[in-house]
Every structure is written in C-alpha cells, then in structure tokens.
Design a protein around this ligand. Sequence first.
Ligand code: ASP
Length: 434
Amino acid sequence: MGSITCKFGGTSLADAQCLREAAAIVNADPNRRYVVPSAPGKRDSGDIKITDLLYTWHSLVQQGLDATQPECIVAERFEELTQELGLTLDLRERLAEIRADAEKHKNPDYMASRGEYLNGLLMAELLGATLVDPVHYIKFDEEGRLNPVTYDLLGEALRGEGRFVVPGFYGSLPDGSVKTFSRGGSDITGAITARASGSVLYENWTDVSGFRMADPRIVPNAHPIQEITYRELRELAYMGANVLHDEAIFPVREPGIPINIRNTKAPSDPGTMILPARTPKAPVCGIAGQRSFTMFNIEKTLMNRERGFGRRVLSVFEDHGVNFEHMPSSIDTLSVIVNDAELANHGASIVKGIEKTCEPDSVSMTGGLALIATVGMGMAGHIGVAARLCNACARAGVNLRVLDQGASENNIIIGVEERDLESAVRAIHNEFAE
Ligand code: ASP
C-alpha cells in the first residue's frame, strides 16, 4: 500500500490524552507518513477553541484593549500540553514572538494560524517527524485562490524518508504574509497534502465515525453512511451536512484520492469512505436540510409566452447582488428561492424592482421556508423514489411547498415550513434507511 495523509481535527487534539491517541493512530501504520493537525479544540462544551482565543486576542490588541486573558489561556494550554506530554520543546520564545506580532498584523490571519503552527511543533516532536511550515509551500494568488504551484512546492518539501507534519489552515499570499483558509480549513490542507505527497488515501480523523444518513441531532439513530461519492457529498454539504469542509474535496477529486472520515475515539470503526465512484446499493444516500429561505412568488398570465421574462426577473436579483438557489416555475407563475443571509435587507427593494421591470399581475415574498435535499446516485432511473418521499412526508403531516428534482436525478429538493423541517427529515430517513 502507498502512503497515507492523516488530518486530525481540533476536538481530536484538544488535550494531552487526545494527542497521545492521535500519535498512537499514526504510529500504528508506517504508511501514515503525512500528518496535518488542527489547533487544539474544545475539551468540553464550556471550553473555548484555541483559534477563537487567537481571534479574540488579535481583535483586543488591534483595538488597544487589554488582551492578557486570551493570551494567558493560550500560553497555559500549550504549556500544559508540552509538560503533560513530556516534550522538550520550549514554546515561551515562540509565544513572545506571537505577542509582539499581534500588533503588527492588521489582518487576523497570522494570529489565527498560530494555533495550528504551535500544535504542529508539538506533533512533530511527539512523532519524531519533520515540520513543514506551509507558509513556504501553500501559496495563494492575489485574489486569495490557491495557486496550483503549491502541489509541486509542497510535494518537493515532502520528499524523503520519515514522517512529516504540515500544520493545517494556512499558507501565504504572494507578498509572503500568512493567509488562512475559511474556518475549518485544515481539512483543505489535508487534501492538498494528500495530493502533493502522492498519498493513496486521505484519512480525516475527527470526533464522529463518519457521515450519517441524516443529522443525528434530528434522527438520533441515523444510519451510518459507509460509502459516498464526492458529488453526493457536495450536494449534502451544500445543504448543511458539515463533517468535512466543503472545499476539501477539490484537491483530491482530480487525482481520485479517497477520503476516509474516521473517529479518534473509536479508531476501529471503518467510518465513511468518500470515493470518485461507487455502486449504489440503495436509492438514497443522505438527507440534509436547512432553515432560513425566502420564496418570491411571481404571477403573470401567459408568462410562458413572454420572451425574456425569466431573465428580467433574475436581473433584478443580480442588480441587488443576490444569488438565488432554485427557480421552480409553472405556466403563469415563477418562484425564486433565496437564502436569507444572502437576501439580507434587499427583499422589499427586489419586490419593487420586479414590479417595475416585469409588470407582473402580482409579486409577493414569503419567508420561513426550509429546504431539504434527499441525495443519492441510486435514485437515477429508480421508479417510485419521489412517490415514496412525498408519501412519507404526507404521513408525517408535512405539507410540501416546493418540489424540485434536478436533471441528474441525484437530488430531490423539497421546501417545507421551517417548523416541519425535523419531522420531514425524520420521515424521509425512516422511509429510505435500509
Ligand atoms: N482551527 C481552525 C478553525 O477553528 C481550522 C480548523 O480547525 O480546521 O477553524
């Protein structure tokens, strides 16, 4: 077998015991040669993540306020880790540097990245591995997009014998300054490292044994997903299933490196395999839902004969800088569904814009909509899936306000009242879990 990249999330590295468990997992397989740590996360529900403390620290310093509290907590947590793990590493000098740098950097990225950097130093000593600081190898362009030169640069740095630790979450801009990915971005570093190192597998170690068919907060006994394709996962992640950062798939998709989501607290669980392709055994793979959507309903008699009507409607959204999610239509009506965060306070102005640009018979806006995606490549060509889904919702007393199936037949989206979200997800899960 070829080499493996292992990424460990913040909760899997929250204290000394967690770090020991992570090291034991790495040491259990000599193929686990590339290790990507997050910053230490929460030890319990009342705790604060190191990354959050670093953001607070930076913001206080920038406002000229006293930052002693976050600074001390960060220092204490790292000192405790080095001591409890019996490491020789002396982080005092590094922490003093960070303290001095906090003022220099207007942008929080440098500060935010220090949690991963310090944890990377700890992991490297713990594993007897070489630290590869991504600031020199993971490159962004001026617009903050990943520069593909990264793969060669990092690949070169990861050549040679032994193990390597690549701290997650950051790289650098063309001027050499630190830039982070968006929150949870160590997953992306893991995927980049897997590709750059030519790994045959990207293991993403976290605090759950992979994906479940539905959010376990809604369906406590939700069925575990053993296999899922990159594409199915994209659809579910888009609708709120968030075990993995949704951009983590891109680096590994092209070379087809599988991602295995694993649980550090149950290392023998097989977890979920995210694969380029699979042979589906069941029509539905997962269900994910989200609240907070608004639907614009536009009516105009003989709308279907009016050339350019849809374009004019959408141009109003475009002029307001608002993206839309779905656009179900019938002969005389057309609806546009928008995410509330995206819509912000543009609603009334968009209604006015549509009245003026499209002269409809009526236009109204209703909020409080939840969207639910039922995803599975096994649905294509499978007769009766939509019928079962609708019946399950009907039996649960849920009214469907929207029903939309893309041409790929891999995803059926329904829109329901927000208060029905949970019953609908439960009903669909129970109908399709096998
Ligand atoms: N530590 C960063 C965060 O909290 C990145 C990560 O954990 O992936 O977002």
